[in-house]
Design a protein around this ligand. Sequence first.
Ligand SMILES: C=CC1=C(C)c2cc3[nH]c(cc4nc(cc5[nH]c(cc1n2)c(C)c5CCC(=O)O)C(CCC(=O)O)=C4C)c(C)c3C=C
Ligand code: FE2
Length: 498
Amino acid sequence: MAPPASFCSEISPSPANCTSYSPFLQLDTQCTSSFAASCLRLPKNCSLVARCSLKWSEKPSITPGALLTSSPQQLSTNPVFGEGKIGVLLLNLGGPETLEDVQPFLFNLFADPDIIRLPRLFRFLQRPLAQFISVARAPKSKEGYASIGGGSPLRRITDAQAEALRKALWEKNVPAKVYVGMRYWHPFTEEAIEQIKRDGITKLVVLPLYPQFSISTSGSSLRLLESIFREDEYLVNMQHTVIPSWYQREGYIKAMADLMEKELKSFEHPEEVMIFFSAHGVPLAYVEEAGDPYKAEMEECVDLIMEELEKRRVHNAYTLAYQSRVGPVEWLKPYTDETIIELGKKGVKSILAVPISFVSEHIETLEEIDVEYKDLALESGIQNWARVPALGVEPTFIADLADAVIESLPYVGAMAVSNLEARQSLVPLGSVEELLAAYDSQRRELPPPVTVWEWGWTKSAETWNGRAAMLAVLVLLVLEVTTGEGFLHQWGILPLFR
Ligand SMILES: C=CC1=C(C)c2cc3[nH]c(cc4nc(cc5[nH]c(cc1n2)c(C)c5CCC(=O)O)C(CCC(=O)O)=C4C)c(C)c3C=C
Ligand SMILES: [Fe+2]
């Protein structure tokens, strides 16, 4: 059922109105969950809806302090947590550890239907297409990974975050085990789940390590989890809850503001510095057609950080732009490279770059921002450039993640999206199924974000080239299937079901 227009237009996207507004309460009294889902997918009027009630000015009914009355030994029968073994599953992207890993890593990424969502008729082409694109892109990606030491630092940093979180939880008297499940490289989510089963975990908190939700990141990992859960008797019965995004948490905002304040001091005239938030982009269609809340969450996140800095009497000018686009389709704008050039033209002399969509150093901070964008800035007339480091294992941040886990524990097992108390908590909790239903229920087809074929000089030519390439791949595939010979057989992709 679609929500009445009046209902959605009532919900203002203006952050100023959000502090006094509790849309989840309204959804509770006025909406069924499919109703809520429809609202969540209306980007223009309603995409901030889900976040409005989540500012930290509204205290949760259960605070971490209230839970900390028991020793770790007593916790298995704590009246709030109930009985059980607690596990925390950190979800992340994963990255190639060596240059040989780059092409298979890219294959896993492009084989993900949440990264390239093909029309239903062409779904069988997902893996051949992923092979094709990954082989084509690997040389460029390898260059990037070679320049940052021959591989991604993501596994090392995520492992360190997991260990720091485990320690922080134990210090807060929560004896949880923490697991790392990567989407595209080791340790894969499937491996983490096997360990969770071996350890006999009965209560699981799922925590994607992306502050803001996107269909292409947290959404993709949750979809994978959903399919794993559905097929496994142990997991179907294991109680869980998901913290889908946490950019609005006080600890995260304060930790970001701390790092920014510190870095601003490295400039000779800190007050003249333009604060430049650079977020990883997504194709525009994700937001406008599939209802990805990513852009709305990103904008609110930036507002919250700047509000915090204002409180500290830091009144710098700031801007938000999106980086790392690949392929011919339109991505979220403004683009980081174009914005840097614009700022140079306007006479801006100092920039502080703030990577905002990820909490570890990775190829796009170490190579794209530190090398490519810095060079571009200097060429564009900007004289002073610095970058805020990623949060990593920064103690305020890790302590806040631990609090997020503790606050979510009372809701483990509950279908939290239909649970009034959970909706009023600091983070919007939910089960995997309900969250996917709310954010991406229709799983609309999206244009492939990557270049399938490399010729052409106009956007429409590229689109047609892409279509021609798809057709060519289809013809090749038919030929291969019928003759049993060709490059897909050579690469070991066909036969598909070995
Ligand atoms: C919030 C963060 C991210 C979003 C949103 C995202 C969407 C997205 N990414 C691609 C394509 C590629 N991403 C690649 C690497 C990569 N992506 C993220 C984060 C987000 N991606 C990170 C942290 C990394 C780096 C991991 C590391 O090894 O350090 C790559 C590979 C690198 C390269 O060749 O540039 C690709 C390709 C798409 C298409 C997409 C949205 C649809
Ligand atoms: Fe990416």
